[in-house]
Design a binder for this molecule. Structure first.
Ligand code: ADP
Ligand code: ZN
Ligand code: ZN
Length: 740
């Protein structure tokens, strides 16, 4: 007999599911003879009770004194919930974004899985036992026709739901057969399928030469990332689908990211038409059961394509072949709550681990990405024309200052009204865009000129028609509409600016016969809300769709020939360094909804600054022109992508305390600044533009530092986070998407 000494893995390093800086460390447990693997979800003794944890390492020897190590209580799933890659990525996020590992691990699991909130749906099916069929039939009494019926049904169909048999033949007959051992119950994991109604035939499409070229370029380049810069309607989506198809054909899996939940159904529809049930959707709007099932389908390899908004980057897929980020410029790819990760950054990590390709697609790439492409770090592909050489819609601007002078105080210019009328006369559809939900933007006292503000936030309230309420769009607080100004008591209060509700009302007055739909956050409270409105508009059940951001992106409505943009320059006046870029993106995106089929589209842009450079570039579809100017501006001023912006946000309930902590932290950081001035292009501290939010006062320390300086960043994090506690919020944000 051979004596082989095998070093058995005896101990597991476990991260317990508590997000708390004091518990943010590894606890060791012994395996207790259980088949624990890396990434397993386990139950472990912690204090006086058992809690959940994830195994992030296994070893032969313990680091802790052995007598202190307790055994793992149980394994909670049939297989590890995290892959090896997942564990690695979780650690990367912990390091890079300075968050507890427990928090970064949570990103990988559907919340329903944690603490066993939702279980797999088990369905009972019946099947025949192994006894010879004729024998069973002969043993059944002549008058037991229901039992016979069951046996015959199961002879035709191998598995039939027990409840269905009970319904058709009576539960007593089912039980009788079970008792005799003629039939057996099999438990099958049920599937709660989201968006069941989204099932369509695949469109037969022959890829254009340009599309073929694009696909080949992605596959043949040795660069990991390809930037696909294609105008709206240039057939990018078909390129994505084909790339996914090739990945699947070669035995790999795919991740498809879209910027918004409202865009997932239409992408799912296209994926299902092509790939049937190997496409799974992940997002927070699904029911718990649906999300649980979709996640497990991906985890167990039943589904191979994950589609979703940014969090789908955590899809539990192995052997990923391609990651697609549609509308890559979209700010939703940067998470705004802790951990504040960049989706593209994580995509790069996963692509490297899997040796996969990344495609970033956009009609208006972020200047950051386009610069990387121009510098050769990304592979660049351009699709400058729409499919079938369909012209891009003509964009015209209307100077709203003139309109106001002419006494027009409706949301619509004369020109836009005419165009809407023309479109409706021709039975075409119209989209009206404005970035303001509610009835009026604000409510202002005509005596003292003060807007009515939220008690907890330094922002004006928006009037909503439902229950005549005033809503704070920042904290969600709801107030009753005021009868008098809380500031001076005056009764003369007016509505300022227009929101989607008001626009729908005014449109209905102008075009009493038109059917109008509204899509904004208020009209789409549940996940079906999005789909219903979009489907209804697509089916031509309405003539006009009025909406916010939500309708700006991605949607493909062939009958839309006119798009009206009511407040084009709204974002131009933000103090954010990205506002030029954003405005250009928004106008191009919204304009792109027009004229996507046979008839040429038109876009009417209403503005108070018609001579603005950004607007002019947008009208001319001159992305490169915008890019060149923007990039030289950023270079001259030392803004990203030539630097990294770091903002440290300090918030407390007490203004003095906020100022005090800010001052202390500022002077601490100043010593770093003093010793490394060459690393900084800006260093300062001030009140945040939004001075108060949810009852907390907000101050900030702002800096611009040389790019990719991880050491310096680490130091800033380390020093800053120490100032945070239960009462003091300290948040470090790298290149935040908004600096409010
Ligand atoms: P993008 O994603 O660039 O906005 P899409 O992929 O949605 O563009 O394509 C725009 C329209 O053109 C869609 O209706 C799509 O079905 C159609 N289309 C795309 N590629 C082809 C093709 N090769 N032949 C015919 N129609 C196509
Ligand atoms: Zn508020
Ligand atoms: Zn007043």
């Amino acid at each position: 007999m051979l004596n082989i000494l095998i070093l058995l893995k005896m101990y597991a390093s476990v991260i317990v599911d508590i997000v708390n800086s004091e518990v943010d460390k590894i606890f060791e447990y012994s395996l207790n003879g259980l088949n624990v693997e890396l990434g397993s979800r386990v139950s472990v003794p912690f204090g006086y009770k058992n809690i959940e944890g994830i195994v992030i390492g296994l070893s032969e020897r313990a680091v802790f004194p052995i007598e202190k190590i307790k055994p793992i209580t149980a394994i909670l799933d049939d297989e590890p919930v995290l892959t090896k890659e997942g564990v690695k990525l979780a650690k990367y996020i912990q390091k890079k974004y300075f968050v507890p590992l427990a928090l970064s691990l949570r990103l990988f699991l559907p919340t329903e899985l944690r603490r066993g909130q939702v279980k797999a749906k088990v369905e009972k099916f019946c099947k025949l036992s192994n006894k010879p069929f004729e024998e069973m039939i002969s043993e059944i009494k002549a008058n037991a026709s229901n039992q016979k019926g069951i046996l015959e049904r199961l002879c035709q169909t191998e598995l039939v739901k027990q409840s269905l048999l009970a319904n058709d033949f009576g539960i007593s007959s089912v039980n009788a057969l079970l008792k005799k051992g003629f039939i057996e119950v099999v438990e099958v994991q049920g599937y709660r399928e989201p968006y069941k109604e989204l099932n369509e035939q695949k469109k037969e499409i022959v890829l254009t030469e340009k599309q073929e070229e694009a696909i080949n370029a992605v596959l043949s380049t040795d660069k990991m990332v390809t930037l696909l810069h294609g105008v709206t309607g240039s057939g990018k989506t078909e390129v994505y689908l084909e790339l996914i198809s090739r990945a699947i054909a070669s035995g790999k899996t795919a991740i498809m990211l879209v910027p918004e939940i409202s865009l997932t159904p239409q992408m799912l529809r296209q994926l299902r038409a092509r790939f049937k049930d190997i496409a799974a959707i992940l997002h927070s709007g699904l029911s718990k059961g649906e999300r649980f099932d979709e996640w497990w389908r991906l985890k167990t390899g039943k589904a191979k394509i994950a589609i979703g908004a940014r969090s789908a980057i955590f899809a539990p897929l192995e052997n990923v072949g391609i990651i697609i980020v549609d509308e890559e410029h979209d700010s939703s790819y940067l998470s705004e709550s802790s951990p504040r990760y960049s989706t593209i950054d994580l995509a790069k990590f996963r692509a490297k681990e899997n040796n996969a390709k990344i495609v970033l697609g956009s009609a208006t790439p972020s200047v950051d990405s386009y610069l990387l492409a121009k510098n050769g770090e990304y592979n660049l592909i351009e699709l400058p024309e729409r499919i079938n050489k369909q012209p891009l819609p003509e964009i015209i601007t209307v100077d709203m200052r003139t309109e106001v002078r002419r006494g027009n105080n409706t949301p619509f210019s004369y020109a836009l009204r005419e165009e809407i009328k023309n479109a409706l006369d021709k039975q075409n559809q119209v989209i009206i865009f404005l970035n303001q939900r509610g009835y009026s933007k604000n409510v202002i006292c005509t005596e003292c000129g003060e807007p009515i503000k939220c008690k907890d936030c330094d922002v004006s309230l928006t009037y909503h028609m439902e229950n005549e309420s005033l809503l704070c769009h920042y904290c969600g607080a709801k107030y009753k509409m005021v009868k008098a100004c809380p500031n001076c008591g005056s009764k003369y209060i007016r509505y300022g600016g227009f929101g989607t509700q008001r626009v729908v009302m005014e449109l209905q007055n102008l075009f009493p016969n038109a059917k109008i739909l509204r899509m904004d956050r208020d009209s789409t409270q549940n996940k079906e809300g999005h789909v219903k409105i979009l489907e209804s508009f697509a089916k031509r059940e309405a003539d006009i769709l009025v909406g916010t951001q939500m309708i700006a992106k991605g949607h493909d409505f062939p009958l839309v020939t006119l798009v009206g943009i009511l407040d084009a320059d709204m974002s131009l006046h933000f103090s954010d360094f990205r506002s030029n870029e954003r405005t250009f993106q928004l106008i191009t995106q919204v304009a792109g909804r027009s004229g996507r089929a046979k008839e040429k589209g038109k876009v009417v842009v209403q503005t108070y600054s018609p001579d603005n450079f950004v607007l002019k570039k947008a009208l001319a579809y001159d992305y490169k022109g915008l890019f060149e100017r923007e990039i030289s501006l950023r270079k001259a001023t030392g803004f990203p992508p030539f630097s990294d912006i770091v903002r440290i946000l300090i918030t407390t309930k007490d203004e003095e305390k906020t100022a005090e902590v800010t001052k202390e932290l500022y002077s601490k950081l100043k010593t770093i600044y003093e010793s490394k001035k060459e690393e900084f292009s800006f260093f300062g501290c001030m009140k945040a533009p939004l001075k108060k939010l949810q009852g907390k006062f907000r101050y900030q320390i702002l800096m611009r530092i040389n790019k990719n300086n991880q050491d310096l960043l680490d130091k800033i994090y380390e020093i800053s986070l120490k100032y945070g506690d239960r009462n003091v919020g300290v948040f470090v944000e790298e290149n935040p998407t908004n600096l409010t």
